[in-house]
Design a protein around this ligand. Structure first.
Ligand SMILES: Nc1ncnc2c1ncn2[C@@H]1O[C@H](COP(=O)(O)OP(=O)(O)OP(=O)(O)O)[C@@H](O)[C@H]1O
Length: 361
């Protein structure tokens, strides 16, 4: 290892990546490093989406390096690029680097709200992001993303995803009338879902989020088996019953050997929109307990807040409506944790012990 490389690695290790408790050397590759006549020139690639932090990190690293006696001047090029999973997707998903399923055992816990805000948090970091709304019976991503138009269809009859706020999306919600109830049985719904996946021109994506329908039935199994999902995130509320259902979700991913990246506890405390008072109306610590019991990390917690509901109902979710709010920051932190976990999996460093769950849970 050259002196320049060693010097640089040491300094990278002293910097913590913003919002993540993780030293920079674990998230970066030194592409090139040279020390000549006290001038250090280097090229570094960060492996998680970091658009908002590049300038700040470049400045911090440069001043650390310039403070070293061996160095007088520094020429640093810092960029980021997401690492694709080794298991290659096929067909229209061939250019998708990472596929993440967002799931819950129980309905109505805020899975779609979490999905859209996480996708937007990734987009804010410059990542190319898509959302597949796999909730065939109750699609909602088009409304949350404020999308009214249907997809364009190519000459070869595939669909161009609809797009807003830099996020590409495909959902039944833009293909059928809003008040046209879906009456398909399981296999038909699974077929429709596969069509959505296989006939959408996703193009090049760093992350595709799959907003899973609630439950652990046919559709969920089809999806987990037919799509090379890189990792799953479980959304739960702190209530015990939601947690029991979420545990079933965890168990399903374990069965189909999809790593569970962690748990998001949604609606964890109620924040009064008038006085700001916080109250744990759905109980406390459910997500944390589930994380501890099954050895998966608690990725973050979102409060039950009127603004989160209003903003997603209005088609402008929190991350774009109020990017500086505490909730948007929490989504940003969760997104980065997901990116860091996916990086570990892509690099074969996933050291998470497997989850032991009995069938009757
Ligand atoms: N943290 C939150 N604070 C306030 N309201 C929220 C929060 N998260 C979600 N909601 C609201 O709760 C309702 C259900 O959320 P969402 O549709 O995201 O849940 P879901 O788990 O995807 O539901 P489904 O099972 O129907 O797919 C929505 O009206 C949403 O705006």
């Amino acid at each position: 290892m050259s002196d320049a490389y060693q010097l640089l690695s040491l300094q990278l290790a002293k910097i913590s990546f913003p919002l993540l408790d993780c030293p920079l050397d674990q998230l970066a590759d030194i592409e090139h490093a040279q020390l000549e006549s006290k001038k250090l020139s280097a090229k570094i690639t960060l492996k998680v989406p970091s658009q908002q932090f590049l300038a700040q990190l470049q400045q911090q690293l440069t001043s650390q390096l310039q403070a070293l006696p061996e160095i007088e001047s520094v020429e640093l090029s810092l960029k980021w690029q997401v690492v694709a999973q080794a298991t290659k997707s096929e067909g229209k998903l061939a250019q998708v680097a990472n596929i993440v399923a967002i799931a819950s055992g129980k309905g109505g816990v805020g899975k779609s709200t979490t999905t859209v805000n996480l996708a937007l948090a990734f987009a804010a970091q410059g990542a190319k992001v898509g959302v597949l709304d796999a909730d065939i019976y109750g699609p909602s991503q088009h409304r949350m993303l404020g999308i009214k138009q249907g997809p364009q269809v190519t000459e070869s009859n595939s669909m161009i995803p609809v797009e807003n706020y830099g996020v590409k999306a495909m959902t039944m919600g833009v293909l059928v009338e809003e008040d046209n109830p879906m009456v398909w049985r399981g296999p038909m719904a699974s077929g429709a879902l596969l069509q959505l996946i296989n006939e959408t021109e996703w193009g090049q994506l760093d992350y595709l989020f799959v907003d899973m329908p609630p439950g652990t039935g046919d559709i969920q199994l089809t999806l987990s088996q037919k799509v090379p999902v890189s990792g799953a995130v479980i959304v739960t509320t702190p209530q015990d019953i939601a947690c029991i259902d979420a545990r079933k979700g965890l168990a399903m991913f374990e069965k189909v050997q999809v790593p569970v990246l962690g748990v998001v506890e949604n609606m964890s405390t109620h924040i009064c929109s008038s006085c700001g008072h916080a109250e744990p109306i759905f109980g406390e610590g459910g997500g944390e307990k589930m994380g501890e019991d099954f050895n998966v990390s608690l990725l973050g917690r979102l409060p039950l807040a009127l603004a989160i509901r209003q903003q997603s109902d209005e088609g402008k979710p929190t991350v774009v409506a109020e990017p500086d709010s505490a909730a948007a920051q929490e989504y940003a932190k969760i997104a980065l944790k997901i990116a860091a976990d996916l990086l570990k999996i892509a690099q074969g460093e996933d050291d998470q012990p497997s989850i032991m769950i009995s069938d009757d849970e």
